[in-house]
Design a protein around this ligand. Structure first.
Ligand code: NAP
Length: 232
């Protein structure tokens, strides 16, 4: 399968590396490949520059958002939440049309300082905004409720724990579930919440996720939904 992973941050890199390790053809999307490769400083989270990561993953291509999306069967949105719509616009509506779009991003708003708030929130979500902006894309919100290392290696967290899928297209959610299973998620730990409006709920888990991160002092934790199998 050919994947475009839009986003050069730690999430894009981690998901791209995992997909490549599974034998997929992976292109990471960025605004300007030359500018991305020219960066020499760590990003705002202290991650090394992309040019330092790339030689360790020579099988992963780097291209513009547009080229990456054009070349892919499945697209992963791992861009900054505040910039996701702009990044997907650059990817091109035509290149998203008819394709599964896994949306991992969270609409964190740092404009009022720390901790971030959410924008949109309550009556809307980034997942819905993306689906509205690109009605022909098959948006599935997933994996946004955990640290990126846990996304691709759920065994980092001991015991049973859960992830969610939200989306309007049943086949797209099946495709997303297949991706998650290939990452190591047991099928019974993937909860289909329903249509894309349910992304409001998973995005609104971020405030408690961030506070748990602070309280626990590490990111190898996840949500376990007790009784999830009841009535299934
Ligand atoms: P990030 O720093 O949030 O985002 C980096 C990406 O956003 C880059 O590809 C960058 O493009 C793009 N971007 C930034 N400003 C842009 C703009 N004005 N126009 C277009 N694109 C722009 O990366 P991250 O920390 O890897 O997080 C990615 C997403 O995953 C976020 O939405 C985050 O909330 C979510 N998430 C993160 C975690 C985690 O463990 N860190 C867990 C769950 C969800 P360039 O490549 O051109 O610089």
């Amino acid at each position: 399968m050919r994947y475009a992973v839009l986003g050069t941050g730690t999430v894009g890199r981690t998901v791209a590396a995992k997909l490549a390790s599974l034998g997929h053809e992976v292109t990471v999307g960025t605004r300007d490949p030359q500018a991305t490769l020219a960066r020499t400083e760590p990003d705002g989270y202290g991650n090394p520059p992309f040019a330092q990561w790339q030689p360790e993953h020579p099988e992963v291509r780097l291209a513009t958002f547009n080229e990456a999306a054009a070349s892919a069967d499945i697209i992963v949105n791992a861009t900054n939440g505040a910039a996701a719509l702009a990044a997907l616009e650059a990817a091109g509506a035509d290149n998203l049309a008819g394709k599964v779009l896994l949306d991992i991003a969270n609409p964190l708003d740092f404009s009022q300082g720390m901790p971030p708030s959410l924008n949109p929130v309550n009556t809307d979500s980034l997942g819905e905004q993306i689906q509205r902006a690109f009605p022909q894309a098959k948006v599935v919100k997933t994996l946004n409720t955990m640290n990126t290392l846990v996304m691709v290696d759920p065994a980092r967290v001991p015991g049973e724990h859960h992830t969610f899928v939200s989306g309007d297209d049943a086949d797209a959610k099946k495709a997303a579930t297949d991706v998650l299973v290939s990452f190591g998620w047991p099928a019974e730990s993937i909860i289909d919440l329903g249509d894309i409006t349910t992304a409001r709920g998973t995005e609104m888990l971020l405030p408690i996720w961030l506070r748990l991160w602070g309280a626990l002092g590490h990111a190898d934790f996840n949500f376990h939904i007790a009784g999830a199998r009841t009535g299934a």
